[in-house]
Design a protein around this ligand. Structure first.
Ligand SMILES: Cc1cc2nc3c(=O)[nH]c(=O)nc-3n(C[C@H](O)[C@H](O)[C@H](O)COP(=O)(O)O)c2cc1C
Length: 166
């Protein structure tokens, strides 16, 4: 099997932590973040967080992530990440803004843990549909797919994501 097709699974006790500045430049990663990425700490710090972006991830998910955290809201998401050697790992992530005493955003903080396997089956199929939509009509078209799904269930995005994590 090619290393690019190899999935690395988190253990239930694993926590992956990273912090960024206001522009998404990595300022901190815990040991597990560095280990899972396959990069050295020097290769990660001061680099854009998209260094581990996987091409299977729809752009619309990251647009939503940034829209929400810039509004000082937290977001939950399932993210497929790409390690340096081409292997990938799914995470269930929570991203929050870090505020100073004057309520200004000074950076962002993310904690990830093992995703529910059943949730990943649902989400990977849905992300594939979103990617197709992006090829046809860009981010707005894949965002519409997501909005339609949430409307059909009558839930917010975070409610949907946390409900399938269980
Ligand atoms: C705190 C924080 C953590 C992030 N974690 C990830 C991550 O684990 N994987 C990822 O692909 N993008 C992550 N992002 C989003 C990236 O900044 C970026 O938006 C994304 O990789 C898509 O790349 P692009 O914006 O250049 O298209 C994170 C952003 C923030 C603020």
């Amino acid at each position: 099997m090619l290393s690019s097709h190899k999935e690395i699974k988190l253990k239930p006790t694993d926590f992956i932590v990273s912090k960024t500045d206001t522009k998404g430049i990595v300022t901190y990663g815990n040991k597990m973040f560095i280990q899972m990425s396959g990069y050295s700490e020097d290769e990660l710090i001061n680099k854009p967080h998209n260094i581990i972006r996987h091409p299977d991830m729809p752009k619309a998910v990251f647009k939503l992530l940034w829209d929400m955290v810039r509004k000082k809201e937290e977001i939950f998401a399932y993210v497929k990440n790409l390690a340096k050697d081409g292997s990938y790992y799914w995470v269930f992530t929570n991203v929050t803004p870090s505020l100073d005493l004057n309520n200004n955003i000074i950076g962002y903080y993310s904690v990830r843990r093992k995703p529910n396997e059943e949730a990943i089956k649902i989400i990977s199929d849905f992300y594939a549909k979103m990617l197709e939509a992006e090829k046809r009509g860009g981010v707005s078209e894949s965002t519409n797919l997501l909005i339609d799904l949430l409307n059909s269930k009558g839930v917010s995005y975070n409610e949907f994501i946390t409900s399938i994590q269980g």
